[in-house]
Design a binder for this molecule. Structure first.
Ligand code: NAD
Length: 453
């Protein structure tokens, strides 16, 4: 029996003991997870520094504070979320109990990605624990130092039978995928997502796919460009552009392109100094493969800002590309790096058309002072989420569902959405064995007389 198979079997056995169903037990595990996040800040930060050259402050800001707030919310709300949910009754059910009972699904497989390895692996785990499931945790092998921290330290805090960490690469993930799960929660790219779906189909396992895509950023002429470009520069170059909801490209009117580029340039300098390579707040590309992929995407585009790079350090400066054509190389795939193409369109109508001609993105960003225009763009496009006049911040709003649509994924999480998504919402109807007289119409023999027709 393989290591992966053993971990899944142990998790199932632990689930079948019923201990994860107890709300007190779930809350204890969530509190242990919170203690882990707080007590192990140093180890978490050290791993992220080695993997992504994440700064000291980047760890709490981009990973652990969000997790703490999600855990606190789940601990506070769990009793409400897990309680029976009464629903409306009809004349037929007026004297019955009619309600929805959330129940655990069973054993969930959580497969994480490397870019925010704690947020996208432990985030779904919070929902899985809160909903009363067992969960096998598979961190990404690409962020190998973080994966090791997870493997070594998480079992010191959590029930290791119910929530085992399984490390390894593609072979190990594929071995896991041969096992039967009750839900698979995958974060990563669309190509692997198809492999996940195929494996899931063999056991009819429902799956959540948190994917990426090219998230557009439209800047309207009627807009405070200084503020807009400041927020865009932050959203784009945080984590060196390796953010699933980073603005992938800018759409704006030709008349404001120069100012947009100037403003972004100004902010790059302010955030990361004249020499971002030396700046502690500026990260690195995760590995050489991605470095080469990104450098190849630059081919044929004209660099307006940045472009400096150093392969030995996987460093690419914050870069802006001007007058990019829709058929440019950089527009053919999700960038997932610090390259920001600017494309010109003749206004909101053309921007909407441009967005709708492409796959549905994970995020859509609209910068405008015109509320009517914002609402129109929301109504006339589709994306996983939409954020007007800022970047990334919708990820941190626990009362909003986070997830993709179409090519950017399926399913959702955060807050109660994570709980619901990893629960079975069981419809319950409890009738009395009294008042049999009212049922006479449904029993044969059916006659017009009995039915009153
Ligand atoms: P990755 O390479 O770390 O892969 C993720 C997981 O898939 C890993 O655990 C890995 O073991 C497994 N895997 C890889 N190849 C496999 C194969 N052939 N068979 C089975 N399993 C395999 O991550 P990635 O895909 O490079 O992550 C980047 C992508 O993730 C981007 O597209 C980004 O937009 C997306 N992403 C989405 C979200 C979100 O919340 N929607 C968050 C972060 C990243």
């Amino acid at each position: 029996m393989s290591r992966e198979q053993k971990a899944v079997e142990r998790a199932r056995k632990a689930f079948l003991t019923g201990r994860s169903k107890s709300l007190e037990y779930r809350i204890t595990q969530l509190k242990n997870l919170l203690r882990f996040v707080r007590e192990r800040q140093n180890e978490i930060a050290e791993g992220l520094k080695k993997d992504l050259r994440r700064s000291e402050f980047g760890t709490p800001l981009y990973e652990t504070l969000g997790l703490e707030s999600e855990i606190n919310l789940a601990v506070r709300k769990l009793k409400d979320w897990a309680a029976p949910r009464p629903v409306s009754k009809s004349m037929m059910t007026i004297s019955d109990q009619v309600y929805i009972q959330p129940e655990p699904l069973g054993v969930v497989l959580v497969i994480g990605a490397w870019n925010y390895p704690w947020a996208v692996t432990i985030g779904p785990l919070i929902g899985a624990i809160a909903a009363g499931n067992a969960a096998v945790i598979k961190p990404s092998e690409v962020s190998s130092h973080t994966s090791k921290v997870m493997e070594d330290l998480l079992p010191l805090y959590l029930d290791k039978e119910l929530y085992p960490v399984v490390t390894g690469g593609v072979t190990e993930t594929q071995e896991l995928l041969k096992q039967r799960f009750d839900h698979i929660f995958y974060t990563g790219n669309g190509t692997v997502a198809k492999i996940i779906m195929e494996a899931a189909a063999k056991h009819l396992t429902p799956s959540t796919l948190e994917l990426g895509g090219k998230s557009p950023c439209y800047i309207d002429n009627n807009c405070d460009l200084a503020v807009a470009c400041r927020r865009i520069a932050w959203g784009k170059y945080s984590n060196c552009g390796q953010t699933c909801i980073a603005p992938d490209y800018i759409l704006c009117d030709p008349s404001i392109q120069d100012r947009v580029i100037e403003e972004i340039k100004k902010n790059i300098k302010e955030f990361y100094t004249e020499d971002p390579k030396k700046c502690l707040d500026y990260g690195r590309i995760i590995n050489e493969r991605h470095f080469k992929r990104l450098m190849a995407l630059l081919e044929g585009s004209s660099v307006a800002v940045g472009g400096e790079n150093d392969e030995s350090e996987c460093y690419i400066a914050p870069t802006v590309l001007r007058d990019v054509k829709p058929d440019a190389k950089v527009m053919q795939e999700e960038i997932f790096g610090p390259l920001l193409p600017v494309l010109t369109v003749s206004g909101a109508d053309e921007a909407i058309k441009f967005i709708n001609q492409r796959e549905k993105p994970l995020a859509l960003y609209i910068f405008s002072s015109d509320n009517k225009l914002i609402k129109r763009m929301i109504a006339e496009t589709s994306s996983g989420g939409v954020l007007a006049n800022d970047c990334l911040m919708h990820f941190s709003v626990s009362s909003l569902p986070f997830g993709g649509v179409g090519n950017s994924g399926m399913g959702r999480y955060h807050g109660k959405y994570g709980f619901d998504h990893l629960s079975h919402l069981r419809g319950c109807l409890i009738k009395q064995l009294k008042m049999e007289g009212v049922n006479k119409m449904r029993y044969p023999p059916h006659t017009a007389d009995k039915l009153g027709w």
